[in-house]
Design a protein around this ligand. Structure first.
Ligand code: GDP
Ligand code: IMO
Ligand code: MG
Length: 421
């Protein structure tokens, strides 16, 4: 039995939450492998909408086990808020949500450090979610981090020493630390909620489950183009969002990875700063934002919108070893007269087909233009109802990308999903 991986191929917000929920009935365990509360994974069903941040998106499907893996960074205060919102809507998670002892903690000062580093970058700031993600992963890599398992022994001592180091840095920058006491108060009051859940050695748990032939789905956060190694550095997040991240973020050997489901939108979005070759800072981009309701699920920031970028998608498919594609938000294009897809870039007059080292303003996207289907697809239940032009769009993408599109999403609801044979 192998672990299947589901991850975003663009700049995040592809619709991972919705599809993990759709696929969960076919699995016994769903495990998040990286990221933290910078993620906002939206699920809609039975007229209700939920946004998950640290909790895996398999939580709404029966008695499945959900795991927060070692690769995740966890903020007890935000986690408490998330759990309480779920509990108040009637979803009891105890016994079904397990947390890796090796997951790193986002400490109160990490949020301040995130704001401090952003402020110090001026015009070249990343546009982070402000949740302390970068500083928490920085401490992990520099071997100064604290982990969930540390909450069980002499935590106060370890916390004091870590926070002294953080304050030293903040003071060097002259950053106002007045907010720390308030954040600390809320953070420590939330630890009890976190401790209601079972802390596990998740690498053992998952590998035992593999031996017992249990079906496991690994859920990614963010997207491949935000990966710390392969994304548009430095405008990236601080973890490995790629398929290999599932190995390090869960303790699963590469030979144990099965299907890799790569999710992408029928167009493109990005939130925060950084290169975006097919961005449409015009009326067409505004239309995509309006029809796709492209506003951040965590920060509410308007997402930048543009046409689909097949150069970036091919790159992501290569890095992730995608075996099946999932196309989201196809319905957002329902009313467009024409649809464009970027098939290559032109840089300094030369055609470029491989994603370049620097994706800067020099890039001119080369587009193929197609006729739109101008049909409302949101109520369609079967592939045979698809308008001809939409069928052509799918065939074009499959040919360009070399991988089958096995699921098409036609709306935010769980039910608006077509699994292709
Ligand atoms: P994630 O971070 O990858 O889970 O994606 P987000 O939840 O941040 O953003 C995806 C947004 O699109 C959410 O508001 C979803 O409810 C919505 N959504 C997902 N699939 C579809 C779809 O096929 N059509 C439309 N119109 N909206 C969708
Ligand atoms: P999901 O899982 C979209 C972006 C931020 C910023 C950069 C770094 O919902 O797809 P960070 O706070 O991680 O240090 O910010 O990454 N970013 C996301 N963009 N979806 C996400 O998650 C994101 N998580 C981080 O906007 O540009
Ligand atoms: Mg999101």
């Amino acid at each position: 039995m192998k672990v299947d991986v589901l991850l975003g191929l663009q700049w995040g917000d592809e619709g991972k939450g919705k599809i993990v929920d759709v696929l969960t009935p076919g699995y016994e365990i769903v495990a998040r492998f990286q990221g933290g509360p910078n993620a906002g994974h939206t699920l809609e069903f039975e007229g209700k909408k939920y946004v998950l941040r640290s909790v895996p998106s398999g939580i709404f499907q029966g008695d499945k086990i959900n795991i927060i893996g070692n690769g995740v960074v966890l903020d007890p205060a935000l986690f408490k808020g998330e759990i309480e919102a779920l509990e108040s809507s009637g979803h009891k998670l105890k016994g079904r949500l397990l947390i890796s002892k090796k997951a790193h903690l986002i400490l109160p000062a990490h949020r301040l450090l995130d704001a401090c580093y952003e402020a110090s970058k001026g015009d070249s700031r990343i546009g982070t979610t402000g949740k302390g993600i970068g500083p928490a992963y920085t401490d992990k890599i520099s071997r100064n981090g604290l982990r969930v398992g540390d909450l069980l022994h002499n935590f106060d001592e370890k916390y004091k020493s870590a926070t002294e180091k953080h304050l030293k840095i903040l003071n060097q920058y002259g950053f106002d630390t007045a907010a720390l006491a308030g954040i600390e108060k809320e953070w420590f009051a939330s630890v009890a909620k976190l401790k209601e859940f079972t802390f596990i050695d998740s690498e053992h748990y998952i590998n035992n489950a593999i031996k017992q032939e249990k079906k496991i789905l690994a859920e990614g956060a963010q997207g491949t183009m935000l990966d710390i190694d392969f994304g548009s550095y430095p405008f990236v997040t601080s973890s490995n969002t790629i398929a290999a991240g599932a190995c390090t973020g869960l303790g699963v050997a590469p030979c144990k990875i099965g299907e890799v489901f790569g999710i992408f939108k029928a167009y493109c979005t990005r939130v925060g700063s950084g290169p975006f070759p097919t961005e449409l800072p015009d009326g067409t981009g505004d239309k995509l934002r309006e029809y796709g309701f492209e506003f951040g699920s965590v920060t509410g920031r308007p997402r930048r919108c543009g046409w689909i970028d097949l150069v970036a998608l091919r790159y992501a498919i290569m890095i992730d070893g995608v075996t099946q594609l999932i196309m989201m938000k196809s319905d957002v294009l329902d009313s467009f007269e024409t649809i464009k897809a970027c098939v290559s870039y032109e840089i300094n007059g030369e055609k470029v087909s491989d994603f370049p080292f620097e994706a800067d303003d020099n890039i001119k996207p080369v587009y193929v233009e197609m006729k739109g289907w101008q049909t409302d697809m949101t109520k369609m239940q079967e592939e045979k109802e698809f308008p001809e032009e939409f069928g052509d769009y799918i065939a074009f993408l499959e040919k360009e990308l070399g991988i089958p599109i096995s699921i098409v999403s036609l709306g935010p609801d769980r039910a608006q999903t077509i699994i292709r044979k």
